[in-house]
Design a binder for this molecule. Structure first.
Ligand SMILES: Cc1cc2nc3c(=O)[nH]c(=O)nc-3n(C[C@H](O)[C@H](O)[C@H](O)COP(=O)(O)OP(=O)(O)OC[C@H]3O[C@@H](n4cnc5c(N)ncnc54)[C@H](O)[C@@H]3O)c2cc1C
Length: 408
């Protein structure tokens, strides 16, 4: 029997770490979350104004985590996805009725989602939030993990059976363990802002490939749209400094008039974009999840959805080990998680990275081939269905939570 303070210690209370804490906490696993930023009250850097397109699979997971009823009135369903190439002929469209689902996905701001997770965590007495707190040092031994924390200037040492690194793209846990990463700086920046169009968005998500980078307009509540515009890093400052009218004119010129005139724009934020992939996802008593394991370009809106499937799989592996009387930090238990997630992670990373490269190619033959590819996808139901399953988070063997089944 374990003598650790907690069964699972999660470093990082971003959207992924917080989701894992909810999953484990409601299954009766004792959990501590160590988060560097103040947790509630809007201080969390990951709970910001970016809009996330949640896949259908993520909606199921959130239902299982008991948070969907609180989220539902605050999300906007995506009924159609429209992908096009500016100034060229290629386009493809994915519709919810053709896929036989009520929606292809749902748009929610990270701030709203984070707030709902914080509320849910407060209801779980097996979860303790240690924030703001920094991990000073840690050691992993055969019988447990020991973590030294700095909390309000005082040092604390806590023990756990399993350490989960959910500490984001620049994970210090990963770095300190010397886990290697593959990295690519895309030399691009995502500029985000909320816009109000003249015409109703009709729940259509637009992904438009332009000469200065891909531009997505996602439908939001109150007929607003969330803009995610990827610009070359060297142009990001200039785009951020445009006044609102000039900014709207620039977006309008690239997006066109499908939504009529773009009338109002909210605050802008900029995110430099990179790809980060850890070469290992587990070590004895350690698992990596979310951005600490894989940081993606937001072009296909897959990063958080992929991280949430890590959450569903890791929670299932931990809960099953516990039910079988096994130690959840056991390498064989964790290897099950690693093997399970490998294919989905590789597939989504490859798909996302290929899209970035494909649409960054201005060469005429490549542009022609991708336009033909989009048209072929539009005309070919199996290819479309594959694309649909991937973007809805339904490809591969799914964890119980992602299939709408209870975790325990
Ligand atoms: C512009 C943009 C648009 C996006 N759109 C989508 C989308 O439509 N759909 C989608 O699925 N994904 C999208 N993503 C990706 C998504 O935002 C991320 O995948 C997700 O937020 C990652 O969450 P995380 O919890 O893994 O990491 P993070 O949000 O980085 O959280 C890590 C947490 O760890 C904490 N931390 C770090 N180090 C320590 C330490 N030493 N001690 C304690 N705490 C620590 C940090 O304070 C932070 O709170 C988008 C991303 C961007 C930039």
């Amino acid at each position: 029997m374990s003598t650790s303070d907690y069964q699972v210690l999660i470093v990082g209370g971003g959207l992924v770490g917080a989701s894992l804490a909810v999953a484990l906490g409601q299954a009766g696993v004792s959990v501590a979350v160590v988060e560097a930023a103040p947790f509630a009250g809007g201080g969390q850097p990951g709970y910001d104004d970016r809009s996330l397109a949640l896949a259908q699979g993520s909606q199921r997971i959130f239902t299982g985590l008991g948070v969907w009823s609180a989220l539902e009135p605050r999300v906007c369903p995506i009924k159609t996805i429209h992908v096009s190439d500016r100034g060229r002929f290629g386009f493809t469209r994915l519709r919810h009725d053709e896929e036989g689902v009520p929606a292809l996905g749902y748009v929610v701001t990270a701030r709203v989602l984070g707030g709902v997770l914080v509320e849910r965590l407060a209801q779980l007495d097996r979860v303790e939030i240690l924030a703001p707190a920094q991990v000073r040092d840690f050691s992993i031994a055969a019988d447990g993990v020991s973590v030294e924390l700095d909390r309000e200037g005082a040092a604390h040492t806590i023990g756990a059976d399993l350490l989960v690194a959910a500490d984001g793209a620049d994970s210090t846990i990963r770095e300190q363990l010397g886990i290697e990463t593959v990295r690519r700086d895309y030399g691009q920046t995502a500029v985000i802002a909320n816009l109000t169009p003249q015409l109703p968005h009709d729940n259509v998500a637009y992904e438009r490939f332009t000469d200065s980078g891909p531009m997505a307009l996602l439908p939001m509540t109150e007929n607003r749209c969330a803009l995610v515009w990827t610009v070359p890093a060297a142009q990001a400052d200039e785009v951020m400094q445009l006044d609102d009218d000039d900014f709207l004119a620039r977006v309008q010129e690239r997006f066109g008039y499908r939504l009529g005139r773009l009338q109002k724009v909210g605050r802008r934020h900029a995110y430099p974009l990179q790809l980060v992939r850890a070469r290992e996802s587990v070590r004895p008593r350690l698992a990596l999840i979310g951005n600490a394991m894989h940081t993606l370009h937001p072009i296909a809106g897959q990063g958080f959805n992929l991280g949430l499937r890590d959450v569903a799989a890791l929670a299932e592996v931990v809960v099953d080990a516990r039910a079988a009387g096994r130690d959840c930090g056991d390498p064989a238990v964790l290897e099950r998680y690693a093997a399970w997630r490998r294919r989905d992670q590789q597939r989504v990373m490859f798909f996302t990275d290929s899209l970035v490269r494909l649409f960054a190619q201005p060469l005429a033959p490549v542009a022609l081939a991708r336009d033909a590819g989009m048209l072929a996808m539009d005309l070919c139901p199996p290819a479309k269905r594959w694309f649909g399953r991937l973007t809805m988070g339904r490809a591969g063997r799914l964890p119980r939570l992602a299939r709408g089944l209870p975790l325990t």
